[in-house]
Design a protein around this ligand. Sequence first.
Ligand SMILES: *[C@@H]1O[C@H](CO)[C@@H](O)[C@H](O)[C@H]1NC(C)=O
Ligand SMILES: *[C@@H]1O[C@H](CO)[C@@H](O)[C@H](O)[C@H]1NC(C)=O
Ligand SMILES: *[C@@H]1O[C@H](CO)[C@@H](O)[C@H](O)[C@H]1NC(C)=O
Ligand SMILES: *[C@@H]1O[C@H](CO)[C@@H](O)[C@H](O)[C@H]1NC(C)=O
Ligand SMILES: *[C@@H]1O[C@H](CO)[C@@H](O)[C@H](O)[C@H]1NC(C)=O
Ligand SMILES: *[C@@H]1O[C@H](CO)[C@@H](O)[C@H](O)[C@H]1NC(C)=O
Ligand SMILES: *[C@@H]1O[C@H](CO)[C@@H](O)[C@H](O)[C@H]1NC(C)=O
Ligand SMILES: *[C@@H]1O[C@H](CO)[C@@H](O)[C@H](O)[C@H]1NC(C)=O
Ligand SMILES: *[C@@H]1O[C@H](CO)[C@@H](O)[C@H](O)[C@H]1NC(C)=O
Ligand SMILES: *[C@@H]1O[C@H](CO)[C@@H](O)[C@H](O)[C@H]1NC(C)=O
Ligand SMILES: *[C@@H]1O[C@H](CO)[C@@H](O)[C@H](O)[C@H]1NC(C)=O
Ligand SMILES: *[C@@H]1O[C@H](CO)[C@@H](O)[C@H](O)[C@H]1NC(C)=O
Length: 711
Amino acid sequence: MQLLSSSSWNLFPIPSICLTIVLLVSLASHTSSCTEQEKSSLLQFLAGLSRDGSLTASWRHDTDCCTWEGITCNQDRKVTDVLLASRGLEGSISPFLGNLTGLLHVNLSRNSLSGGLPPKLVSSNSILVLDVSFNRLTGGLSELPSSTHARPLQVLNISSNLFTGRFPSTIWEVMKSLVSLNASTNSFTGQIPITPCVSAPSFAVLELSFNQLSGNIPQGLGNCSMLKLLSAGYNNLGGSLPDEIFNISSLERLYLHRNLLEGALSGISKLTNLVTLDLGGNRFTGNIPESIGDLKRLEELHLDHNNISGELPAALSNCTNLVTIDLKSNHFSGKLTRINFIRLPNLKKLDLLFNDFTGTIPESIYSCSKLTALRLSYNHFNGQLSEKIGNLKSLSFLSLANNSLTNITRTLQILGSSRSLTILYIGFNFRHETMPEGDSIDGFENLQVLSVNDCSLSGRIPDWLSKLTNLGMLFLQNNQLTGPIPDWISSLNLLFHLDISNNSLTGQIPSALMEMPMLESDNTAPKVFFELPVWNKNTLMQYLMLSAFPKVLNLAINNFTGLIPEEIGQLKALVMLNLSSNELSGEIPQTISNLKNLQVLDLSVNRLTGVIPAALNNLNFLSEFDISNNDLEGPIPTGGQLSTFADSSFDGNSKLCGPMTLSRCGSEGAGPTSISYTKQFRCKVIFAISFGVFFGVGVLYDQMILAKYFG
Ligand SMILES: *[C@@H]1O[C@H](CO)[C@@H](O)[C@H](O)[C@H]1NC(C)=O
Ligand SMILES: *[C@@H]1O[C@H](CO)[C@@H](O)[C@H](O)[C@H]1NC(C)=O
Ligand SMILES: *[C@@H]1O[C@H](CO)[C@@H](O)[C@H](O)[C@H]1NC(C)=O
Ligand SMILES: *[C@@H]1O[C@H](CO)[C@@H](O)[C@H](O)[C@H]1NC(C)=O
Ligand SMILES: *[C@@H]1O[C@H](CO)[C@@H](O)[C@H](O)[C@H]1NC(C)=O
Ligand SMILES: *[C@@H]1O[C@H](CO)[C@@H](O)[C@H](O)[C@H]1NC(C)=O
Ligand SMILES: *[C@@H]1O[C@H](CO)[C@@H](O)[C@H](O)[C@H]1NC(C)=O
Ligand SMILES: *[C@@H]1O[C@H](CO)[C@@H](O)[C@H](O)[C@H]1NC(C)=O
Ligand SMILES: *[C@@H]1O[C@H](CO)[C@@H](O)[C@H](O)[C@H]1NC(C)=O
Ligand SMILES: *[C@@H]1O[C@H](CO)[C@@H](O)[C@H](O)[C@H]1NC(C)=O
Ligand SMILES: *[C@@H]1O[C@H](CO)[C@@H](O)[C@H](O)[C@H]1NC(C)=O
Ligand SMILES: *[C@@H]1O[C@H](CO)[C@@H](O)[C@H](O)[C@H]1NC(C)=O
């Protein structure tokens, strides 16, 4: 009988099966709706919200709750899914949601829900997937009575909330089906929880980064035999990696970035399934073991900011799937030519900044045709750049700064033809060579950043720069360039950051410089991400895109003569203006007070005369100001921003007087700064407000006078 019915089922023509199913489904939906109890649980949930993202319109008492927005039911008209991500919900998550006995999937991610996470949801007898990530939930996870039976929860995502406290262990004991736990970006404390490793045989994803976990990495993690991802970066974990962790051969991604971990890396090569290894920002020591070559699947290797030393093992060439190698800020030494880069055809980023590598740049690197970013700066590479670098058709970021490379003419000739290059740092090389001029250099059509600082180069600001129409930042400081600032400078339509300080440039400040489009307007540089971050040396702030850099004109320490042009007032977008240590004469133009964004103004060590324009008091963002060592006279304007600077800002002007200088103003000197009482008062108020609001910004740029960027 059974045999007969099953075979007759098989013989059923397919269209009629479909018909039957369609009939059944439509029949069901017309004959019954969700139960009053389920409906009321959902309405209780709605009642707990203070902003419901217009759910009320759809969640009406007189309709079947299975038809409500965000709700799905099964054939038995039981609610299975509550999917309300990104709805703008505010308020709390009602425990009544836990009354829905058929609930399988709950997604309340990306709202503004607050309060606690009802324990009833976590320990539900039906829920498989619970995602409450990206809310403002607080409190901790509650313990459960230890006798409670197994729960079906498979995926728990509570990341990006405000949870605190330790992870309770009993809660995990009953989660026998748990596969993935994401608790990143909260404020959890205590140790990494290991109970799921023991109780949940399929546990595969443990994501705990951006919390306040401490202690050692527990040995018990070794029992997580199915773990594929372990992430606990940006915590306070200490000690060394326990041997047990190297037994988790299933591990594909290991992120422990920015902790306090120490010891050697010797066991790491047992993790032969690793695709991503990120141990950056710790205190690891020793060498990279030769056995690293066993990690055949490795794509991402991040060991930056540690204290790892020795030569790179030749076996690294056996990790043929590598896409990123980040070893910056360590003590690696020896020749890079040990690595056969021909065997790394997928390599896109190689970052060796701040190490002690020696010898020449290995030719084999130029076979990595997918390379987009190559940073070898602050090492001891020598020799001349190979023209084979032209093979790197995707290379966008190149930094070779502070090595001992020679022949700048050849270097620029080779690199000029790269159409992909956008960022180029080659400073601190080519000592005492001459800046190439004329038609010998061509190309660089997409270059946005060019840094050829600190090379003691002689020669002039070269004409070929005028063709770099995409240039946003130009660094030529600390060379020995002579001659004037060329008039074509204003044709660089996108230039917003120019540092030509500490050269031997002469002539007047050209009026062309007062017509720089980017300095006249609020337009920002393109918001395109750099392939690698660049830092500010003083603040150690990290810059990831061009538009984040300030608009700067730095002409200090040269031999510029003549007046400061009145037209300087056109450069309204300037954040820093440094004309210090030149031979500039005449008065400080009143128009400087138009530069409302100015945070740093340095006119010191020149031959400026006349009085300080009172209007400078209106530069409310100014946090660095220096007019010392000129020949200025009269009283220092009071009652505004200038009163906030110390004597040293005004020193070396014997005819200057005021409360802040040695010589108090006599009655005859009080003339030029007669701003009315009410105006002074207003200035004070404005100053107080802007100081309060922009204090942070001011501090940020506090050290900018000498700010340099390294990349
Ligand atoms: C929850 O919804 C968000 C937004 O639609 C989505 O990105 C996320 O993957 C969902 N969560 C789960 C577990 O599917
Ligand atoms: C529904 O849940 C609430 C809060 O958890 C509880 O007080 C109530 O007894 C439950 N109602 C039913 C019918 O289960
Ligand atoms: C929460 O985590 C789960 C499992 O990893 C994932 O599927 C889901 O997309 C995550 N939610 C969001 C909003 O990313
Ligand atoms: C965990 O959640 C965070 C967001 O809070 C997300 O960035 C991360 O990719 C998630 N991790 C996993 C493994 O899903
Ligand atoms: C890990 O498993 C071993 C053997 O199965 C067991 O002896 C040990 O207690 C477990 N570790 C923890 C922390 O439970
Ligand atoms: C790793 O696993 C092997 C074999 O499964 C076992 O003999 C060894 O004791 C384990 N080592 C650690 C440190 O757990
Ligand atoms: C780095 O490691 C060396 C030994 O290789 C040690 O002498 C030195 O103190 C370490 N430096 C730091 C900052 O830990
Ligand atoms: C690379 O791996 C092969 C075996 O796959 C091995 O014979 C060779 O010695 C390894 N090369 C290096 C440099 O370790
Ligand atoms: C450049 O590198 C040398 C060592 O090669 C180092 O002494 C010097 O401080 C570096 N220059 C800068 C500006 O960091
Ligand atoms: C520098 O390179 C050029 C080719 O661009 C070459 O003619 C010249 O000889 C090189 N100079 C030195 C000192 O090697
Ligand atoms: C100016 O540049 C020279 C190198 O050309 C350097 O030695 C000197 O320290 C620099 N001066 C300042 C103030 O930076
Ligand atoms: C400026 O020129 C004078 C001579 O005219 C020279 O002594 C001085 O070193 C020059 N200063 C700079 C910074 O080049």
